[in-house]
Design a protein around this ligand. Structure first.
Ligand code: NDP
Length: 452
């Protein structure tokens, strides 16, 4: 059968764009891509990129105060949100242009439209057109979800936070995951009075207990009003903001409320189930190790499959899909030992197993040190950092590494290479320390703090 294309990609985010351009540019496939919103997807338009720029913006106030303590004469004025937001919008437009250009220069035909699957080889566009393809790749990502309760519509999500007309004076953030914690720190750094509710006993569930404990302490020390075991019961608009009734019995009035209570796969109304694609309980597209769905011509990558929801993972999945389908080299995606960073203040860099997960699997040694870093200790700040290694007693391999410190994301990228290669504790010990740095502690910890 003759198809219009070899590949039709639905979704112009990091994963979809990478797969489309490599399939067209390197494998010579005839490729089309449909995107209903802005090119670049969550990472570029509503996530990692604008978030990281906001992280940078939010740290200058503290840096200015620290510079003063170091002897500089500094004038730390207020933060001008409209000026920053204007520059951010220009940057996001530029990046969208880059994505469009990459697709064009690789010969990918693009449709600024929503696409739905009509059958195993046909997509229907919101423009009314239909197109056929030998393979269809769904890369539609995810979307923030809010629980339902009275007044929930008054709250924004991370999608809206980058476009606020004015920076609120006070804000309630609900949730204890990556997004809630990162934005609590960002907004606090920008001078917003931040209250954060998390329903559980400690933020950042699933990460190493000692690491998340330290982040939580430091966030509180830096001024975030963190309330654990607390959730929202009801909200309503009042004259001076949004009134919130909490499960702790207290009432709050804030300018703005943001819910960061998780994200759901964007799989609704794509025609998936109608053509026989199996979805999981949370709406995620079920795929095998090669990202193939239950319909052989349809593949899916990225957050819509809810495997490891990170941009570089979606990109890997896109590349592996092209290797498998267009280069005749079946390539499963390796989801093991993925380093990642949480851009809280302080930052966390992490790879592998937490102490709690590791000790459930096998006997371990724990090497950890928490200390006041030279740069801030010098000016009398109480900030502490953490360097931690989890080591297998049997194989001596480093099973996990958790760093809480400024620039921890940069550190874990490099430590991650050795750990992914299977480095043992003794391999770490053989490396000479770089002095004076914080990360030198990773190669100088001689005695385990505990075994388990
Ligand atoms: P997460 O799933 O990480 O966190 C959701 C949070 O909301 C949890 O604390 C959860 O609590 C809480 N929650 C869920 N439902 C409710 C509810 N009904 N009422 C109150 N609280 C609720 O989602 P995020 O939105 O923070 O992030 C989504 C994904 O995006 C992450 O998993 C990550 O993969 C990715 N991401 C990665 C970043 C990075 O790499 N730096 C940055 C931002 C996002 P509980 O723990 O009790 O379930």
């Amino acid at each position: 059968m003759d198809f219009d294309y070899d590949l039709f990609v639905i979704g112009g985010g990091s994963g979809g764009v990478r797969a489309a351009r490599v399939a067209a540019g390197e494998a010579g496939a005839r490729v089309a891509l449909a995107e209903e919103d802005r090119y670049g997807g969550t990472c570029v338009q509503r996530g990692c990129v604008p978030k990281k720029l906001m992280v940078f913006a939010s740290t200058y106030g503290v840096s200015a105060r620290e510079a003063q303590d170091y002897g500089w004469t500094m004038m730390a004025g207020g933060f001008d949100w409209p000026s920053f937001r204007g520059k951010l919008e220009v940057e996001l437009d530029r990046l969208e242009g880059v994505y469009r250009k990459i697709l064009k220069s690789n010969g990918v035909e693009t449709f600024d439209a929503r696409a739905r699957l009509k059958d195993a080889h046909t997509v229907e566009l919101s423009t009314g057109e239909t197109r056929t393809a030998k393979h269809i790749l769904v890369a539609t990502g995810g979307w923030p979800v809010k629980p339902e309760f009275p007044g929930a519509d008054l709250a924004i999500t991370s999608n809206e936070i980058f476009h606020l007309e004015t920076l609120p004076k006070s804000m309630l953030i609900v949730g204890g995951g990556y997004i809630a914690c990162e934005f609590a720190c960002i907004l606090n750094g920008l001078g917003v009075k931040v209250t954060q509710f998390y329903r559980g006993a400690q933020i950042l569930r699933g990460f190493d207990d000692e690491a998340r404990g330290l982040i939580s302490e430091e966030m509180i020390e830096n001024g975030v009003g963190l309330h654990l075991g607390t959730n929202v019961l009801e909200m309503k608009r009042v004259e001076d903001g949004i009134w919130v009734k909490a499960t702790n019995g207290k009432e709050y009035t804030v300018d703005q409320v943001m819910f960061a209570t998780g994200r759901a796969p964007n799989s609704a109304d794509l025609g998936l189930e109608e053509i026989g694609v199996t979805l999981g309980r949370n709406g995620q597209i079920e795929v095998d190790a090669y990202s193939q769905t239950s319909v052989p011509s349809v593949y899916a990558i990225g957050d819509v499959t809810d495997r490891v929801n990170l941009t570089p993972v979606a990109i890997r999945e896109g590349m592996a899909f092209v290797e498998t389908v267009f280069k005749g080299n079946p390539t499963p995606v390796d989801h093991d030992m993925i380093p990642s960073a949480i851009f809280t203040q302080p930052e966390m860099g992490t790879i592998g197993l937490s102490e709690e997960a590791a000790r459930d699997r096998e006997p371990i040694e724990v090497y950890a040190t928490s200390f006041r870093a030279m740069q801030t200790a010098f000016i009398g700040k109480p900030d502490r950092v953490l360097m931690k290694l989890i080591v297998s007693q049997k194989t001596r391999r480093v099973l996990g590494c958790h760093i809480v410190a400024p620039q921890a994301g940069e550190m874990i990228q490099l430590a991650g290479i050795a750990i992914k290669m299977g480095a043992t504790k003794e391999d770490f010990d053989r490396v000479v320390a770089v002095h004076p740095t914080m990360s030198e502690e990773l190669v100088t910890m001689r005695t385990p703090v505990r075994t388990a």
